[in-house]
Design a protein around this ligand. Structure first.
Ligand SMILES: [Zn+2]
Ligand SMILES: [Zn+2]
Length: 258
């Protein structure tokens, strides 16, 4: 049974000492593909994900400026970003959005860089991968205004809302990508959303090295551990593990590889 980790940061320095072994463990655990999120340490470097996709057959990549790095993005960076969308293994623009928890970049900069990247993705007909933290209402409002007109899908990465937020995202044509949080005992809202979500709109991810699922919570996360998240989803939904593997992989292909 194979799975796809729709979101990981394997370029991260946390993997500098054992990246090859981490990838090997993922493949052995049945993780057939991984998406290397390309936000890296921010502009001017936009190719953190592309480098992994060029080197390893199992990887696809995204390119994007994370809201944390919005203040670093110059117009020339966004132009280069648009050019990188022609790379055959770049499947989406991301992760992009708003993060009001850390506010590492001023909110005005976060918003304008988010909007510009939606325009770039829309012009290239590529989906977007959304990061939103303590900024749900603004994120959804900007998606409504600037993304919905394209009629294109996207991913709510590391979905951490409840059924209400899930419905809103689904209405906007988004897929819900569940990560380690759904395995945390107190994450009842997220679990309710995961239980109710339509089978053709769910994905799984690790967001490695962050947010490792139970029973590895608190440790460094890695793509092999996506298995625990998929098992939790199966348990919540009363579906076989194999069904979750099949559905999330099929959803991934429909969304990102068509
Ligand atoms: Zn994120
Ligand atoms: Zn991420």
């Amino acid at each position: 049974m194979s799975l796809i980790d729709s979101h990981c940061h394997l370029d991260s320095p946390e993997f500098d000492n054992d990246r090859e072994a981490v990838i090997e463990r993922a493949l052995e655990a049945g993780v057939e593909h991984m998406v290397a999120i390309g936000t890296g340490s921010g502009p001017p470097d936009l190719e953190a994900g592309v480098r992994l996709a060029d080197k390893y057959p199992a990887f696809y990549a995204t390119v994007g400026v994370h809201p944390h790095d919005a203040a670093k993005a110059a117009p020339a960076d966004l132009e280069r970003l648009a050019g990188l969308l022609k790379h055959p293994k770049v499947v989406a623009v991301g992760e992009i959005g708003l993060d009001y928890h850390y506010d590492f970049s001023p909110r005005d900069a976060q918003k304008s860089v988010f909007i510009e990247q939606m325009a770039i993705a829309g012009a290239a007909r590529k989906p977007i991968v959304i990061h939103t933290r303590e900024a749900w209402d603004d994120t959804v409002a900007l998606i409504e205004q600037y993304w919905k007109p394209y009629g294109l899908p996207g991913i709510m990465h590391c979905f951490s809302g409840g059924p209400g937020e899930a419905e809103r995202a689904l209405d906007l044509g988004f897929y819900l990508s569940f990560g380690g949080i759904v395995t945390f005992p107190k994450a009842l809202d997220v679990q309710a959303a995961a239980t109710q979500a339509p089978r053709d709109r769910i994905l799984v991810e690790t967001d490695a090295p962050y947010l490792a699922p139970v029973p590895k919570r608190g440790k460094r996360n890695e793509p092999a551990l996506v298995v625990h998240t998929a098992r939790k989803l199966a348990g919540l939904r009363g579906e076989a593990y194999e069904e979750i593997c099949g559905a999330t992989s099929e959803n991934f292909r429909r969304l990102l590889l068509n």
